[in-house]
Design a protein around this ligand. Structure first.
Ligand code: NAD
Ligand code: FES
Length: 273
């Protein structure tokens, strides 16, 4: 059982929970994630760790309320407990001094990006972050991102904040202006597909942090299977970060949608209860 000690609402459907998890708080590195479960028979979902406080023994989780489990999780309050939380899982982000790094965040993908840009900045990189969302209301963690970025470019689909346009426009404007040595892209799968196509045009090595369906988180069940450079990989143990130019995003998108009907039915049943 892991107690919730703080709760903050970022936007209509995005929440931050600060959760007691002392072992995870001490050992986690940028890129790691946890798998949580609400209730004995609950679904298991992966959540990237957005930050931690080893002294207080807490980790930060940012959750977008979309399906049954994320609704259950975000309806918990300070003092409530998460039934199960395992981690840190996955491989930590490979951090070195690359030079100029372009970090592209799409919507909720900003949360897993935060510890990565912090580590990149501390390693001496120049970090340029594109912070993109559908509208101003959905831009999250801007102050924290600014703390670890040399420059932040805000993009909104509707132009309500920053420059109007998708994350890929912001990326391309930067790439056309200065030499970028490395890029990291995190957000919805469709965004990472097009962000990867953008950097591929300019031969910029790019990593994407993938957020697939997961069950066991140990490489046994196959739920998180993807193809990278024609080879089968498991996001839970081989990732979550992969060479974005090698990931088969179309296959990933198809697998992400495989349980849509069941998810809709489960959600309707949950809301009618
Ligand atoms: P969203 O749909 O609001 O998109 C965010 C931004 O991504 C957009 O503003 C746009 O700039 C860009 N984008 C979207 N589609 C694009 C396209 N076709 N081409 C170029 N750019 C595009 O995102 P959201 O609602 O905040 O995110 C929801 C999704 O993100 C969920 O599916 C969730 O699973 C995923 N997610 C991924 C991670 C991860 O680690 N990769 C972490 C959290 C959430
Ligand atoms: Fe089961 Fe990755 S979650 S193999």
């Amino acid at each position: 059982m892991n107690k919730i000690v703080e709760k903050e609402q970022f936007s209509e459907n995005v929440f931050k929970l600060v959760v007691e998890a002392p072992d995870v708080a001490v050992s986690r590195k940028a890129g790691h994630f946890v798998i949580i479960k609400i209730g004995e028979k609950g679904e298991r979902i992966p959540l990237t760790i957005a930050g931690s406080n080893p002294d207080k023994g807490t980790i930060d989780l940012v959750i977008q309320r979309v399906g049954v489990t994320s609704h259950k999780l975000t309806s918990l309050n300070v003092g409530d407990e998460i039934t199960d939380l395992v981690g840190p899982l996955g491989k930590a982000t490979h951090i070195e001094k690359f030079g100029t790094v372009l970090a592209a965040c799409g919507g909720v993908g900003t949360a897993p990006m935060l510890p990565i840009i912090e580590a990149l900045k501390k390693a001496g990189n120049k970090v340029i972050t594109v912070l993109a969302a559908r509208n101003k209301e959905l831009i999250i963690l801007e102050d924290q991102v600014r703390q670890f970025s040399d420059e932040v470019v805000i993009m909104t689909d509707d132009g309500s904040y920053g420059t109007k346009g998708l994350v890929t426009k912001g990326m391309e404007d930067i790439i056309n202006r200065e030499k970028v040595d490395k890029s990291i892209v995190i957000g919805p799968a469709i965004m990472m597909k097009f962000a990867a196509l953008t950097t591929k045009k300019y031969n910029i090595p790019t990593e994407a942090s993938l957020n697939t369906i997961m069950v066991d988180g140990t490489g046994m069940c196959g739920a998180c299977r993807i193809s990278v450079g024609g080879k089968t990989k498991f996001v839970c143990v081989d990732g979550p970060e992969f060479d974005a130019h090698q990931v088969d995003f179309d296959e990933m998108l198809m697998r992400l949608g495989a349980y849509k009907d069941e998810e809709v039915r489960a959600f309707e049943a949950y809301m009618n209860n």
